[in-house]
Write a protein that binds this ligand. Sequence first.
Ligand code: B4P
Length: 191
Amino acid sequence: MVNFLIFGPPGSGKGTQSVKLAEKFNLLHLSTGDMLRAEIAAGTELGKKMSSIMSKGELVPDEVVIEMIAYKIDHSKGIAGFLFDGFPRTVAQTIALEKMLNDRKMKIDNMLVLDVDHDELVKRLVARAELSGRPDDKDPAVIENRIDVYKSKTEPIIAYCREKGIYQPVKGMGTIDDIFERLCGFMEKFV
Ligand code: B4P
């Protein structure tokens, strides 16, 4: 099994690229954002509780997403590995993921970090709001808060992973296909 993190600020293209990468490398794409939105769409108790947190652009509690990911890891078969998208988002989530994988004789093999200019992030999310109707894309103040939350709570993971030798910066500007080719170039070294 080979396991990757795809990492970057909101709007950096994590979800977009993950779908293509998972298909190419036979990885299971695990997006905590998608899992949480599915809970909201299904009207579950958890979804109702998480919805107001997400619409403000804040992070949901660590234990909620850790539990979701642990369940998926233990109920997946026939894949070459996992592609974690939007998880981990805090150092505590990173430590929990490492433990989950280590306990199952796996590890994080590499972390691919998409680097995108601030103005481009905002432009992409505003454009997506038109199509997705996502409440967290609609309000520019919420978009700015998501970027601030990324800088304060999520970005410290980079230093943590770099220490462990699992950090690969990737230019995230340009066309979706160009960025995909760049990511494939780095992932092919591991699969
Ligand atoms: P996510 O679903 O992870 O949302 P995101 O950061 O906006 O990224 P996403 O992957 O969807 O978008 P992408 O950049 O691909 O999280 C949503 C919320 O859920 C969080 O704010 C938080 O509240 C909660 N949450 C999720 N995981 C959590 C966790 N682990 N812990 C705590 N809370 C958690 O794409 C953006 C747009 O750009 C798209 O429209 C795309 O088409 C476009 N785009 C992509 N690449 C492009 C390119 N190269 N050129 C032009 N447009 C491009």
